[in-house]
Design a protein around this ligand. Sequence first.
Ligand code: ATP
Ligand code: MG
Length: 158
Amino acid sequence: MKISAKKEGDYKSIRFPCPECFTYEDHVDVAKYFAKELEAVKAAGENTRQGIAYSVMEAVANAAIHGKGHVEIRYWLSDKTFKATIKDEGSGFDIAHWKAWYERREKAAQERKMDKDTTFYHKLDKNGAGAGLVVIHGFMDCVEFNEQGNEITLYKNL
Ligand SMILES: Nc1ncnc2c1ncn2[C@@H]1O[C@H](COP(=O)(O)OP(=O)(O)OP(=O)(O)O)[C@@H](O)[C@H]1O
Ligand SMILES: [Mg+2]
């Protein structure tokens, strides 16, 4: 996927229609694009830059795979912070449900036990899927959703 960003005031935006199939190569292209953008912030360190690129990739994949319409990425990059919003035009999902599951999962993980509610990670067992949002929360300093669940905002101090 060819990724091209438009400069709009203090942020850049990337917009594309939700593809019929968001391929593994598309995932890689998004991660590579953000890794390259973040190269400008040398002080951030390799791990931070890769963590951000990976997290944005997961959020974009969610919008492209689970969402509808267009995907729009907006990102703000300074020496000190990275912020991105990833939005699609689909109906979103039940954030409160996911958050409750995430908190129970965190607790279960601390006790090294699997949570019984497999709503969000049943696929993790079978196909290695269902981990995107958990990984994003692990890498980023702050993650916010809009009420509908079709927009996610990621923050990271650099
Ligand atoms: N933009 C979105 N629109 C609609 N549903 C979403 C969106 N983002 C996430 N979801 C819902 O949240 C669930 C969890 O997302 P998560 O990224 O953690 O796992 P996954 O996308 O199912 O699998 P993986 O990311 O590991 O390939 C998704 O299965 C989907 O139901
Ligand atoms: Mg996902």
